[in-house]
Design a protein around this ligand. Structure first.
Ligand code: C5P
Length: 219
Protein backbone atom coordinates (compact mmCIF):
# COMPACT_ATOMS: atom_id res chain seq x y z
CA UNK A 1 0.00 0.00 0.00
CA UNK A 2 1.39 3.44 -0.86
CA UNK A 3 1.91 6.04 1.86
CA UNK A 4 -1.07 8.44 2.02
CA UNK A 5 0.03 11.94 1.01
CA UNK A 6 -0.47 15.03 3.13
CA UNK A 7 0.45 17.41 0.29
CA UNK A 8 -1.21 20.80 0.64
CA UNK A 9 -1.98 20.26 4.33
CA UNK A 10 -0.59 22.41 7.12
CA UNK A 11 0.38 20.52 10.26
CA UNK A 12 1.52 21.99 13.57
CA UNK A 13 3.32 19.67 15.98
CA UNK A 14 4.53 20.42 19.50
CA UNK A 15 7.36 18.37 20.96
CA UNK A 16 9.66 18.00 23.91
CA UNK A 17 9.44 19.21 27.50
CA UNK A 18 8.93 22.71 28.81
CA UNK A 19 11.25 24.32 31.33
CA UNK A 20 9.71 26.60 33.93
CA UNK A 21 12.32 28.94 35.39
CA UNK A 22 12.65 29.38 39.15
CA UNK A 23 15.64 31.72 39.12
CA UNK A 24 18.48 32.53 36.68
CA UNK A 25 20.01 29.03 37.05
CA UNK A 26 17.19 26.65 38.06
CA UNK A 27 14.04 25.38 36.44
CA UNK A 28 11.34 22.71 36.70
CA UNK A 29 11.42 20.35 33.72
CA UNK A 30 10.54 16.77 32.78
CA UNK A 31 12.03 13.72 31.06
CA UNK A 32 10.49 14.21 27.61
CA UNK A 33 13.11 13.68 24.88
CA UNK A 34 11.06 15.18 22.04
CA UNK A 35 11.71 12.11 19.87
CA UNK A 36 8.03 11.35 19.23
CA UNK A 37 7.11 14.89 18.16
CA UNK A 38 10.24 15.23 16.00
CA UNK A 39 9.51 11.88 14.31
CA UNK A 40 5.91 13.00 13.62
CA UNK A 41 7.09 16.32 12.15
CA UNK A 42 9.68 14.52 9.98
CA UNK A 43 7.07 12.07 8.70
CA UNK A 44 4.54 14.85 8.01
CA UNK A 45 7.07 16.87 6.00
CA UNK A 46 8.14 13.73 4.11
CA UNK A 47 4.48 13.30 3.07
CA UNK A 48 4.39 16.82 1.68
CA UNK A 49 2.69 18.68 4.55
CA UNK A 50 3.77 22.23 5.37
CA UNK A 51 4.97 21.40 8.85
CA UNK A 52 5.63 23.70 11.81
CA UNK A 53 7.41 22.11 14.77
CA UNK A 54 7.15 24.01 18.05
CA UNK A 55 9.99 22.53 20.09
CA UNK A 56 10.72 22.76 23.78
CA UNK A 57 14.35 22.58 24.95
CA UNK A 58 15.79 19.44 23.32
CA UNK A 59 19.03 18.70 21.50
CA UNK A 60 17.61 17.12 18.34
CA UNK A 61 18.32 18.08 14.74
CA UNK A 62 15.56 19.83 12.81
CA UNK A 63 13.96 17.33 10.40
CA UNK A 64 14.25 18.08 6.67
CA UNK A 65 11.64 20.45 5.31
CA UNK A 66 10.29 21.41 8.75
CA UNK A 67 9.85 24.97 10.01
CA UNK A 68 11.04 24.92 13.63
CA UNK A 69 10.12 27.37 16.39
CA UNK A 70 12.14 26.94 19.60
CA UNK A 71 10.50 27.76 22.93
CA UNK A 72 11.33 27.18 26.59
CA UNK A 73 8.28 27.59 28.82
CA UNK A 74 4.67 26.41 28.64
CA UNK A 75 3.57 30.03 28.15
CA UNK A 76 5.98 30.47 25.22
CA UNK A 77 4.82 27.17 23.69
CA UNK A 78 1.19 28.28 24.04
CA UNK A 79 1.90 31.55 22.22
CA UNK A 80 3.94 29.87 19.45
CA UNK A 81 1.31 27.20 18.78
CA UNK A 82 -1.52 29.75 18.66
CA UNK A 83 0.55 31.94 16.30
CA UNK A 84 1.06 28.92 13.99
CA UNK A 85 -2.69 28.51 13.44
CA UNK A 86 -4.69 28.17 11.24
CA UNK A 87 -3.72 24.62 10.33
CA UNK A 88 -5.43 21.44 9.16
CA UNK A 89 -3.96 19.37 11.99
CA UNK A 90 -2.52 20.05 15.44
CA UNK A 91 -0.63 17.24 17.14
CA UNK A 92 0.26 18.01 20.76
CA UNK A 93 3.12 15.63 21.52
CA UNK A 94 4.89 17.95 23.98
CA UNK A 95 5.06 17.21 27.69
CA UNK A 96 3.85 20.61 28.82
CA UNK A 97 4.27 21.65 32.45
CA UNK A 98 0.96 21.71 34.28
CA UNK A 99 2.33 24.12 36.90
CA UNK A 100 4.80 26.98 36.78
CA UNK A 101 6.37 29.04 39.58
CA UNK A 102 4.14 31.92 40.67
CA UNK A 103 7.21 34.16 40.62
CA UNK A 104 10.61 33.92 38.91
CA UNK A 105 13.34 35.15 41.22
CA UNK A 106 15.68 37.61 39.49
CA UNK A 107 18.56 36.39 41.68
CA UNK A 108 19.76 32.88 42.55
CA UNK A 109 17.64 31.57 45.44
CA UNK A 110 19.96 31.18 48.47
CA UNK A 111 19.76 28.73 51.32
CA UNK A 112 19.91 30.57 54.63
CA UNK A 113 21.34 29.25 57.91
CA UNK A 114 18.58 27.71 60.01
CA UNK A 115 16.22 27.17 57.04
CA UNK A 116 15.62 23.45 56.55
CA UNK A 117 13.09 23.70 53.74
CA UNK A 118 11.76 25.85 50.92
CA UNK A 119 8.14 26.20 49.87
CA UNK A 120 7.57 26.96 46.19
CA UNK A 121 4.26 28.37 45.06
CA UNK A 122 3.17 27.06 41.67
CA UNK A 123 0.26 28.15 39.51
CA UNK A 124 -1.53 26.27 36.72
CA UNK A 125 -0.43 26.79 33.13
CA UNK A 126 -2.91 27.19 30.28
CA UNK A 127 -3.79 23.93 28.50
CA UNK A 128 -2.49 24.41 24.95
CA UNK A 129 -4.32 21.39 23.53
CA UNK A 130 -7.68 22.34 25.03
CA UNK A 131 -7.24 25.95 23.90
CA UNK A 132 -6.40 24.86 20.32
CA UNK A 133 -9.47 22.59 20.29
CA UNK A 134 -11.70 25.42 21.60
CA UNK A 135 -10.18 28.07 19.29
CA UNK A 136 -12.14 29.88 16.57
CA UNK A 137 -9.33 28.69 14.29
CA UNK A 138 -9.68 25.07 15.38
CA UNK A 139 -7.84 22.68 13.05
CA UNK A 140 -9.98 19.94 11.45
CA UNK A 141 -8.06 17.39 13.46
CA UNK A 142 -6.74 17.92 16.98
CA UNK A 143 -4.59 15.10 18.32
CA UNK A 144 -3.37 14.76 21.89
CA UNK A 145 -1.15 12.43 23.85
CA UNK A 146 -1.86 10.88 27.21
CA UNK A 147 1.08 9.45 29.13
CA UNK A 148 -0.45 7.31 31.84
CA UNK A 149 0.87 4.97 34.48
CA UNK A 150 -2.48 3.29 35.15
CA UNK A 151 -6.08 3.11 33.84
CA UNK A 152 -4.63 4.03 30.45
CA UNK A 153 -7.75 3.68 28.34
CA UNK A 154 -10.18 5.30 30.80
CA UNK A 155 -7.86 8.26 31.36
CA UNK A 156 -7.28 8.67 27.62
CA UNK A 157 -11.03 8.60 26.88
CA UNK A 158 -11.51 11.22 29.63
CA UNK A 159 -8.95 13.48 27.92
CA UNK A 160 -10.53 12.94 24.50
CA UNK A 161 -13.87 14.23 25.80
CA UNK A 162 -12.69 16.90 28.25
CA UNK A 163 -10.29 18.51 25.81
CA UNK A 164 -12.62 17.94 22.79
CA UNK A 165 -9.99 16.07 20.79
CA UNK A 166 -10.40 14.04 17.61
CA UNK A 167 -7.73 11.50 18.49
CA UNK A 168 -5.79 10.70 21.63
CA UNK A 169 -2.63 8.58 21.66
CA UNK A 170 -2.21 6.91 25.00
CA UNK A 171 1.15 5.59 26.01
CA UNK A 172 1.84 3.48 29.01
CA UNK A 173 4.71 5.06 30.90
CA UNK A 174 6.76 2.86 33.14
CA UNK A 175 6.60 -0.23 30.91
CA UNK A 176 10.04 -1.62 30.10
CA UNK A 177 11.14 -0.41 26.68
CA UNK A 178 8.43 2.17 26.21
CA UNK A 179 7.77 5.82 26.95
CA UNK A 180 9.96 8.76 27.93
CA UNK A 181 13.62 8.92 26.86
CA UNK A 182 13.35 5.68 24.87
CA UNK A 183 13.53 5.13 21.09
CA UNK A 184 10.52 2.80 21.23
CA UNK A 185 6.97 3.04 22.44
CA UNK A 186 3.51 1.49 22.14
CA UNK A 187 0.44 3.64 21.53
CA UNK A 188 -3.27 3.07 21.95
CA UNK A 189 -5.01 5.48 19.57
CA UNK A 190 -8.61 6.31 20.42
CA UNK A 191 -11.11 8.44 18.50
CA UNK A 192 -14.73 8.45 17.48
CA UNK A 193 -15.34 4.83 16.42
CA UNK A 194 -11.62 4.08 16.50
CA UNK A 195 -9.52 1.98 18.86
CA UNK A 196 -6.14 0.99 17.43
CA UNK A 197 -3.07 -0.45 19.10
CA UNK A 198 0.16 0.68 17.42
CA UNK A 199 3.48 -1.01 18.22
CA UNK A 200 5.51 -1.72 20.24
CA UNK A 201 7.71 -0.16 17.58
CA UNK A 202 10.26 2.58 17.08
CA UNK A 203 8.99 6.14 17.49
CA UNK A 204 9.75 6.67 13.78
CA UNK A 205 7.51 3.73 12.78
CA UNK A 206 4.81 4.87 15.22
CA UNK A 207 4.88 8.40 13.75
CA UNK A 208 4.24 6.95 10.29
CA UNK A 209 1.42 4.73 11.52
CA UNK A 210 -0.18 7.69 13.32
CA UNK A 211 0.03 9.83 10.16
CA UNK A 212 -1.74 7.05 8.22
CA UNK A 213 -4.65 7.47 10.65
CA UNK A 214 -4.45 11.28 10.39
CA UNK A 215 -4.50 11.14 6.56
CA UNK A 216 -7.43 8.69 6.66
CA UNK A 217 -9.41 10.94 9.02
CA UNK A 218 -8.72 14.07 6.96
CA UNK A 219 -10.22 12.23 3.99
O1 C5P B 1 -3.79 16.38 30.80
P1 C5P B 1 -2.47 15.90 30.29
O2 C5P B 1 -1.35 16.88 30.56
O3 C5P B 1 -2.09 14.51 30.71
O4 C5P B 1 -2.67 15.82 28.72
C1 C5P B 1 -1.62 15.53 27.86
C2 C5P B 1 -1.87 16.20 26.55
O5 C5P B 1 -2.21 17.57 26.76
C3 C5P B 1 -0.62 16.22 25.68
O6 C5P B 1 -1.03 16.12 24.34
C4 C5P B 1 -0.02 17.59 25.98
O7 C5P B 1 0.75 18.08 24.91
C5 C5P B 1 -1.24 18.44 26.22
N1 C5P B 1 -1.06 19.55 27.18
C6 C5P B 1 -1.07 20.85 26.70
N2 C5P B 1 -0.94 21.90 27.58
C7 C5P B 1 -0.79 21.67 28.90
C8 C5P B 1 -0.79 20.35 29.40
C9 C5P B 1 -0.91 19.31 28.50
O8 C5P B 1 -1.19 21.05 25.49
N3 C5P B 1 -0.66 22.72 29.71
Amino acid sequence: MSTPSLAGRRIVVSAGPTFEDLDPVRFLGNRSSGKTGFAIAAAAAARGARTVLVAGPVSLATPAGVERVDVRSAAQMHAAVMAALPADVYIGAAAVADFTPARVSDHKIKKRPGEDGLVLQLVRTADILADVAASARRPSLVVGFAAETGDVEANARGKLERKRLDLVCANRVGLAGSGFESDDNALLVIGDGLRRELGPASKVELADALLDLVAERLG
